[in-house]
Design a protein around this ligand. Structure first.
Ligand code: THU
Length: 137
C-alpha cells in the first residue's frame, strides 16, 4: 500500500505546474474504500492562488463525494535532480487534513523515493489541532 501510494505521488509530481518556484510536488491520497486520488502543486503568476499538491488531491476527492481517508503520500523537491530532502506538508495542508481525517489514525507518508520514506500520524504533525469536533462537541 505504501509503495503504491508513493509511486502514484511521484507520477503526479510529473504534472506539477511550478514555473515560479521550480519546486515540484506530487501527492497520492487513499480513501477508506481504497480509491486513490492524486494531486500536484499548481502555481500562479499572482502567487497566492497557488495550491499545494496535498490540497489538490483532497479537493479532487472531496469534490467527488469522498470524505473518509486512510493515508496520503507526498514527494517534493527541486525540478532538477533527485529528491534530496523530505518535503513535509505545509501548515495549511495539515489543517485541511484535520478537517477530514482522524489525527490518531491518518498516515502521512513523506517520501524521497519508493524505498526511502517516513510515516507520521497526522497527530504528530499537527498536535492539539483545531478541527470539526471543536465546533460540535
Ligand atoms: N508545496 C506543496 O505542494 N506542498 C507543500 O506541502 C509545501 C509546498 C508547493 C507550493 C509551491 O508550489 C511550492 O511547493 C514551493 O513552495
Amino acid at each position: 500500500m505504501i509503495e503504491e501510494l508513493i509511486e502514484q505521488a511521484l507520477r503526479a509530481r510529473e504534472f506539477s505546474y511550478s514555473p515560479y518556484s521550480g519546486y515540484r510536488v506530487g501527492a497520492a491520497l487513499m480513501t477508506a474504500d481504497g480509491t486513490i486520488y492524486t494531486g500536484c502543486n499548481i502555481e500562479n503568476a499572482a502567487y497566492t492562488p497557488t495550491n499545494c499538491a496535498e490540497r489538490t488531491a483532497f479537493f479532487k476527492a472531496v469534490s467527488e463525494g469522498q470524505k473518509s481517508f486512510r493515508a496520503i503520500a507526498v514527494a517534493g523537491g527541486p525540478a532538477d535532480g533527485p529528491i534530496m530532502q523530505y518535503a513535509y506538508p505545509c501548515g495549511v495542508c495539515r489543517q485541511v487534513m484535520m478537517e477530514f481525517c482522524d489525527p490518531q489514525t491518518f498516515d502521512v507518508i513523506i517520501a524521497k523515493s519508493k524505498k526511502e520514506y517516513r510515516v507520521k500520524k497526522l497527530q504528530e504533525l499537527l498536535p492539539d489541532g483545531f478541527g470539526p469536533s471543536n465546533l460540535s462537541d
